[in-house]
Design a protein around this ligand. Structure first.
Ligand code: ZN
Length: 278
């Protein structure tokens, strides 16, 4: 089977405050069928990595027919406007992600993140709203099947690529020991359960992991994401038992119990921790 998915590592600096920033990376994907598709565009200003991969595959940014966003977060949509300026791609995302992708100001207001503007870039119009079960046909037998996997965000999807029997989960699987990042815990558990039962996955790609997973690793890595949610849950319950009250204090105490020092208490982690108490 010829590989059709080409992962691209996009390193970036995530500012946490005026004084502090951390180096992070995110993966985006060039998928080549008869048409060329980009899955996620990384943070704004990181487009060069994708342009280089396109060039290595003999394609140009102007030829990109589809830009699919796995979800609405800024480190996955920041390069959208770059590709809009280069050509005429169709922008596709889940129906529930479209509002935050088209209205970045609203996303920032409703999910504040330090340095958001720098990551998110300029908004684009979404031209195709995806639902669970939809397929994007790239030609040459390559289709992207949409699996709606909310929880990390309301509009998160995973994409199953028929050409390689590969699953792109973006941020759906919480990396063990990483920042808890989700808006809806029961939905995330359900989504991971669904991925666990999804048949025929040969390769698994996660946006913040430096390698793809194969074979028995696949159910193990999805299960590890579920197990980590249980660990966070236990930490939240301990924090409350200890006497922590109020969103910030509960978050601080829970993150401390997960070994995070200093605990990164900010709106995006507070939201995740509070979802354990609903
Ligand atoms: Zn995300």
């Amino acid at each position: 089977m010829t590989p059709c998915i080409h992962p691209v590592r996009l390193p970036f600096v995530l500012p946490l405050s005026a004084e502090k920033s951390v180096h992070r990376f995110v993966y985006a994907y060039v998928i080549v069928g008869k048409q060329t598709c980009i899955v996620d565009t990384g943070p704004a200003g990181c487009e060069q990595g994708l342009v280089e991969m396109l060039a290595a595959l003999g394609r140009s940014p102007a030829e990109v027919a589809w830009v699919v966003n796995t979800h609405e977060h800024p480190d996955h949509v920041g390069g959208n406007s770059f590709f809009q300026e280069q050509g005429r791609p169709q922008f596709a995302c889940h129906a529930r992600a479209a509002r935050w992708i088209e209205n970045l100001d609203a996303q920032y207001r409703e999910r504040p993140l330090y340095g958001f503007d720098k990551l998110a870039g300029k908004a684009v119009r979404v031209s195709r709203l995806l639902q669970d079960g939809d397929e994007i046909d790239l030609g040459n037998g390559i289709r992207l099947r949409v699996i709606y996997t909310p929880g990390h965000s309301p509009g998160s999807v995973s994409l199953f690529c028929t050409g390689e029997d590969a699953l792109i989960t973006a941020d759906a699987i919480q990396p063990v020991g990483g920042l808890p990042l989700y808006s809806d815990l029961p939905a995330l558990r359900q989504s991971l359960g669904r991925l666990l039962a999804f048949p025929g996955i040969k390769t698994l790609y996660c946006a913040h992991s430096d390698r793809a997973f194969a074979g028995d690793e696949i159910p193990a890595i999805i299960q590890s994401g579920l197990d980590y949610l249980d660990r966070v849950d236990a930490a939240v319950k301990e924090a409350v038992k200890y006497g922590a009250t109020g969103p910030e204090e509960i978050t601080r105490e829970a993150l401390l119990r997960l070994g995070m020092t200093p605990p990164p208490v900010m709106p995006i982690t507070i939201q995740s921790i509070l979802s354990h108490l609903q």
